[in-house]
Write a protein that binds this ligand. Structure first.
Ligand SMILES: CC(C)(COP(=O)(O)OP(=O)(O)OC[C@H]1O[C@@H](n2cnc3c(N)ncnc32)[C@H](O)[C@@H]1OP(=O)(O)O)[C@@H](O)C(=O)NCCC(=O)NCCS
Length: 220
């Protein structure tokens, strides 16, 4: 999800409630805490704006994604927006924290592509000091399990600029299958970039041994 679903203009727009036939579940009240081997994923807090602003606004993190907020206040508004969208039942955004330290070092986002979350798109950004540490893979497995088990997703898509080597490598590593290239689909710094379209299908995920079902979920 390189094109962030959030933009500052959305602060002024009313949030559409979820379709009527969709049952409200606990995750809409508050996201569960997802505990992995080396990471804990939890609901974003407004106080996370400081660390996220420091870690997710660097050139290396933003090179292939749509621009995140540029100020702490901008991140605070983004975080408030994530809470509204979660309550509306269309989107979930987790803070990534390293086990034993509550500082937010990144985010995982999932948004529905159709009412009821049958298919969804996910995206992620992690502060570069934590790249290559296993934080991504551990957190990604938790989010994929959450999407299939809790949100009821059956197809989880991701879009990634073809030139984003780490992004493509990370998706392949987690078992996402490249299904095609969306030519000139992502406007970045005045230039249209090609994106790889990836998907993880629930049946494939389950068949591949439900990769390390390490996720434990604590609902608060
Ligand atoms: C995407 C992101 C979350 C992945 O986290 P990460 O810690 O860097 O990922 P990992 O190191 O676990 O996995 C990346 C894999 O890509 C590989 N890789 C790195 N550069 C690569 C390149 N140029 N080409 C192909 N593969 C590459 C790595 O070797 C690694 O695989 P390995 O562990 O088997 O060696 C992180 O890089 C990030 O936040 N990037 C900026 C935001 C972004 O681009 N988000 C993705 C949008 S789709």
């Amino acid at each position: 999800m390189e094109k962030m679903p959030y933009s500052p203009e959305l602060d002024l727009m009313p949030v559409q409630p979820a379709a009527k036939d969709i049952t409200t579940t606990d995750w809409q009240q508050r996201l569960p805490v997802l505990v992995g081997t080396s990471v804990v994923l939890r609901e974003l807090r407004v106080s996370d704006a400081y660390s996220l602003c420091a870690l997710l606004t660097t050139e290396e993190v933003t090179r292939f994604i749509s621009p995140p907020p540029t100020t702490v206040e901008g991140f605070e508004r983004f975080i408030a927006w994530t809470h509204r969208m979660r309550a509306a039942g269309t989107y979930a955004c987790f803070a990534v924290t390293a086990a034993g330290c509550d500082t937010a070092i990144g985010i995982f986002q999932v948004r529905e592509l159709e009412p009821g979350f049958g298919s969804a798109e996910w995206g992620f950004a992690i502060g570069s000091p934590f790249w290559g540490t296993g934080v991504f893979e551990d957190g990604a497995r938790l989010v994929v399990e959450f999407a299939f088990d809790v949100l009821g997703v059956h197809r989880l898509e991701a879009r990634c600029a073809v030139r984003n080597g780490r992004g493509n490598g990370a998706l392949r590593k987690i078992g996402a299958v490249q299904e095609g290239v969306l030519r000139k689909s992502f406007l970045k710094d005045g230039q249209y970039l090609d994106q790889s379209l990836y998907a993880i299908v629930e049946d494939d995920w389950r068949a591949s041994c439900a990769p390390a079902r390490v996720a434990s979920m604590i609902v608060h």
